[in-house]
Design a binder for this molecule. Structure first.
Ligand code: ZN
Length: 133
């Protein structure tokens, strides 16, 4: 398992992207819309992990709800893994609460699943696996 990316909830990509571009000295990826999560995403590819800026596109988006409750900031930490379905089964069997018991489709056409922060000291953890073509 390796750190894949850190997801940051922002109110406005238009406002936030230029700030992070200054900090990282690199341009963000093109904007991608993930309908299932109701978010727009722009990423920074850093040397050892990506930073994902997430903007909700609907009040019901998990990102919009997060900002409403806790404000902007780190939303989740994502870990790359080989067999996400197998990992979810193992985690469930070992008593970890899962938000997604089966993988869903996220940005970059990756399979994703979230673990429940109740099980992980309040940290929303995401597992990701590239879809096999
Ligand atoms: Zn993510």
């Amino acid at each position: 398992m390796k750190l894949a990316h850190i997801g940051i909830a922002v109110k406005s990509l238009n406002d936030s992207v230029p700030v992070f571009e200054k900090i990282f000295g690199t341009n963000a990826s093109e904007q991608e819309h993930v309908e299932e999560q109701k978010v727009n995403v722009r990423k920074f590819h850093l040397d050892n992990c990506d930073i994902e800026l997430l903007e909700g596109t609907d009040p019901e988006s998990p990102i919009s709800k997060h900002i409403e409750k806790r404000g902007e900031g780190i939303h989740h930490v994502s870990f790359g893994i080989e067999d996400i379905a197998g990992a979810l089964n193992k985690l469930k069997a070992s008593g970890i609460n899962l938000i997604n018991e089966t993988p869903r489709t996220g940005a970059d056409d990756m399979l994703i699943a979230f673990l429940h922060p109740k099980s992980t000291n309040g940290v929303l953890m995401e597992l990701t696996e590239p879809k096999k073509s």
